[in-house]
Ligand binder design. Structure first.
Ligand SMILES: Cc1cc2nc3c(=O)[nH]c(=O)nc-3n(C[C@H](O)[C@H](O)[C@H](O)COP(=O)(O)OP(=O)(O)OC[C@H]3O[C@@H](n4cnc5c(N)ncnc54)[C@H](O)[C@@H]3O)c2cc1C
Length: 75
């Protein structure tokens, strides 16, 4: 059976959480997960965004572990 494509438009807090839950439920066995967003970076903690002005870096605020999407073939 051919793999199906799941396209998640927007990689904000909700889109990222949806992808995490979907992966945890084993979806990558059947689905290619594809996500994209308007911003030049993957999901970050917008709720704590103001911390950026008190020393937090983009890496600190990122919700996506380095390579975690690639490891499960989220494109
Ligand atoms: C300083 C600050 C404090 C906040 N505090 C709280 C809080 O305490 N509690 C709370 O519930 N919320 C808070 N919020 C709001 C919080 O940002 C949202 O609740 C949360 O980010 C919503 O997640 P989301 O994934 O729906 O949207 P977003 O995080 O905004 O993600 C939207 C995604 O869609 C993408 N996108 C948008 N338009 C397009 C397009 N045309 N094409 C492709 N991609 C697109 C964006 O690039 C982004 O990746 C706060 C926000 C800020 C800035």
């Amino acid at each position: 059976m051919s793999r199906k494509n799941l396209v998640v438009i927007g990689n904000g807090m909700v889109g990222h959480r949806f992808i995490e839950r979907t992966i945890a439920q084993g979806a990558t066995e059947e689905w290619n997960i594809i996500t994209f967003c308007e911003e030049p970076r993957l999901a970050y903690d917008r709720v704590n965004l103001s911390g950026f002005f008190s020393g937090k870096t983009a890496e600190d605020l990122s919700l996506v572990e380095p390579n975690s999407y690639q490891d499960v073939q989220v494109y």
